[in-house]
Write a protein that binds this ligand. Structure first.
Ligand code: 4AD
Ligand code: MG
Length: 477
């Protein structure tokens, strides 16, 4: 007989039909009631062992964490809170789990502890829910773009350029670190390396996907990106996934509109397709918040926050307008900000972004037209000679969730910027050449996938929304 997933069993009418279920034991009570989970849903199936239906030896091996193969009759459940239960006919242990040693006993564990057993934490309700939502969001990303005629472009993971300058990079090499080949100056001879040059893991697929936007019009890339910054925060990973759409013929305003539609679509998709998991996560987040001081609790619960994003227009304003608001704000006047806002042109810190989103506007905010000096070389220069057509989308509780811009499509302007910033013009030959042959106005942005998942799940540490987080000092698993 074929296995049926628990998710499916919970929707069929119980008529005493025989079914096969496989899954992991969450709890086993009174030598009779097995709570079984197979990950297809957050719900467990109750399997009831009748007297003498399972031999003594097997019964002892039904322990939390063990994996079971159960055949039984699906019947209406007399117990509250579950429509059906399984009357066990035959039971086989697929994998034992020593109750003395199994680290995941059925009790509340801290997220810190669970990070140390990341190979088992998927078997908790929280991580099951988070990873099902993560899956749904990845699927929704592709659906959103596919439905709009965008092409998914696979940009390289190993790259020979650090043109982006988005962050420190991880070197990729096959040279023997104990005795690397040296050139006549005693420097490591990269010509001897695998690619005959220095290579790194990519920090962003943007520059490469731009080449495809200038051929296929509307494109995106979605892949892992790597940054070797020493950022030990709840918002940064050394390895994270990024979605980067890039579109020919879009200006900065088209770009902002797409970003807003995209985020709304993803939130709505989660509401439509992950209701059960979101309800669990909503409750979980509320409990978590109880331990926080009143003024740090969010006004809305998780599901209400998602609805709020879908239903409200994002606030759009220029850097200069935001700068004025921040300079005149109470926390600035009372010197409550760690970084005071005094001179136009300063980079905004997350305390400023969160003030704008959480205190001032109380909704998602898109800031645009940033000072050129604090943004990347490829952003389109505005007529004022001071700002570039950059945009950041700021979310409550998260801060920056998206960064993007209209790109500089004018060869001379771009070249000047490359030179001013002391970037390797020679390495950027192909990027510059795009502006020589059939250049076009174009724009794009990058959405940090884990920051999206933080927002959609209500989790508070980015290390808990990716299966195996990579951060300074940690590459276990
Ligand atoms: O603002 P960033 O650095 O922009 C770029 O990389 C552009 N090339 C994107 C583009 O225009 N195509 O990064 C984009 C987003 C951020 O807004 C943030 O959500 C996320 O990526 N991000 C990180 N997420 C987790 N850990 C990190 N260390 C991150 N750094 C950026
Ligand atoms: Mg950014």
């Amino acid at each position: 007989m074929k296995r049926t997933k628990i998710k499916e069993l919970l929707t069929v009418e119980p008529k005493g039909q025989s079914v096969v279920v496989k899954g992991w034991v969450r709890t086993f009570r009174n030598n009779q009631f097995i709570s079984l989970n197979d990950g297809s849903t957050i719900q467990n199936l109750q399997a009831v062992v009748a007297l003498n239906s399972v031999d003594e030896g097997t019964l002892k091996r039904i322990t939390t964490g063990a994996c079971l193969f159960v055949t039984g009759e699906l019947v209406p459940s007399p117990a509250k809170g579950q429509p059906v239960e399984l009357r066990v006919q035959a039971l086989e242990i697929l994998g034992d789990s020593d109750p003395e040693k199994y680290p995941l006993q059925p009790k509340k564990h801290s997220l810190e502890f669970l990070r140390e057993i990341a190979h088992l934490r998927a078997r908790t309700n929280t991580f099951g829910a988070v990873m099902r939502v993560r899956h749904a969001m990845a699927f929704a990303v592709h659906k959103f773009f596919n439905d709009r005629g965008f092409y998914y472009i696979h940009t390289p993971i190993i790259t020979g350029s650090d043109a982006e300058g988005a962050g420190a990079m991880f070197r990729v090499t096959t040279l023997d670190m104990n005795k690397p080949p040296r050139d006549e100056h005693g420097h490591i001879d990269v010509k001897e390396d695998f690619f005959g040059r220095e290579t790194n893991l990519t920090v962003s697929g943007q520059l490469e996907v731009e080449t495809y936007a200038l051929a296929l019009s509307e494109t995106y890339t979605f892949g892992p990106t790597f940054r070797a910054e020493n950022s030990n925060t709840t918002r940064h990973l050394a390895e994270f996934w990024m979605i980067e759409p890039e579109m020919a013929f879009y200006d900065i305003h088209d770009n902002m509109e797409l970003a807003e539609a995209f985020l709304k679509y993803l939130c709505q998709y989660a509401l439509d397709h992950c209701a059960e998991d979101l309800e669990f996560l909503d409750k979980r987040a509320k409990e978590e918040e109880q331990s926080k001081p009143q003024d740090q609790r969010s006004e809305l619960g998780l599901i209400d926050r998602l609805k709020f994003v879908v239903e409200n227009e994002f606030q759009k304003l220029s850097y200069t307008e935001a700068f004025d608001i921040l300079r005149n704000s109470n926390p600035n006047k009372k010197k409550k900000f760690q970084y005071l806002i005094e001179n136009w042109g300063v980079d905004l810190q997350s305390e400023h972004e969160r003030y704008l989103v959480e205190k001032h506007f109380k909704k998602p905010v898109i800031l645009y037209n940033y000072p050129a000096a604090i943004k990347a070389f490829y952003m389109r220069q505005n007529e004022d000679g001071k700002t570039v057509a950059a945009m950041d989308v700021l979310f409550p509780g998260i801060g920056e969730i998206i960064g993007g811009s209209q790109r500089e499509e004018r060869y001379d302007n771009l070249l000047k910027r490359v030179q001013e910033m002391g970037l390797p013009e020679k390495e950027l030959w192909w990027y510059l050449e795009l502006r020589k042959f059939g250049s076009a106005p174009h724009s794009g942005f990058g959405l940090g996938f884990e920051r999206l998942i933080l927002f959609v799940t209500g989790m508070t540490n980015i290390r808990d929304v990716i299966p195996f987080p990579r951060f300074p000092g940690n590459a276990e698993f």
